[in-house]
Design a protein around this ligand. Structure first.
Ligand code: SF4
Ligand code: SF4
Length: 146
């Protein structure tokens, strides 16, 4: 059942809300903002808890305690989370788009997402190993495709 097409974001159950997440891991990347232009750049320096292969949080239940800056995407804040990647399922649905064909809900698992380069798999370094975030700016998190 394509619940994301039949319901608005406000109508989703908490389970459906969780299912909507593609598990790409891109929202767990550190970002830097240019002081002068206020432009936001993604880096490949990931939160210390992001699994580099599975692209999942390794302490999901305790994430907000262990990482105070960790942000839960909600109905109330989705409009303001403009730093989420264009490929983010919540952002796509919020903007009136559909899910891409590689989304796990359509593809069945995360393999297509990984194969199309839409996740963080094998692309990240742990933030604890990073000295200057500016040296880790990357463009691949901006990629979006259907
Ligand atoms: S705590 Fe987990 S969910 Fe939060 S940013 Fe880190 S890896 Fe991502
Ligand atoms: S970017 Fe969006 S869809 Fe991808 S893991 Fe983060 S919240 Fe989920």
């Amino acid at each position: 059942m394509s619940f994301w097409k039949e319901k608005t974001l406000a109508q989703l159950t908490s389970e459906e809300w969780e299912l909507l997440c593609d598990g790409c891991g891109k929202c767990c990347l550190n970002k830097v903002i240019d002081d002068e232009t206020e432009e936001l750049y993604y880096t490949n320096a990931a939160c210390k808890l992001l699994d580099p292969i599975q692209c999942q949080c390794q302490q999901y239940e305790e994430r907000f305690t262990l990482v105070p800056g960790c942000t839960k995407v909600t109905l109330d804040n989705i409009a303001s989370l403009t730093w989420l990647p264009d490929s983010c399922a919540y952002r796509r649905i919020y903007q009136g788009r559909d899910l891409p064909s590689w989304h796990p809900l359509l593809a069945g698992d995360k393999q297509q997402m990984h194969a199309k380069g839409m996740s963080t798999q094998n692309k990240i370094v742990n933030e604890t190993k990073v000295k200057y975030l500016e040296d880790h700016i990357v463009l691949w998190p901006l990629k979006d495709c259907d």
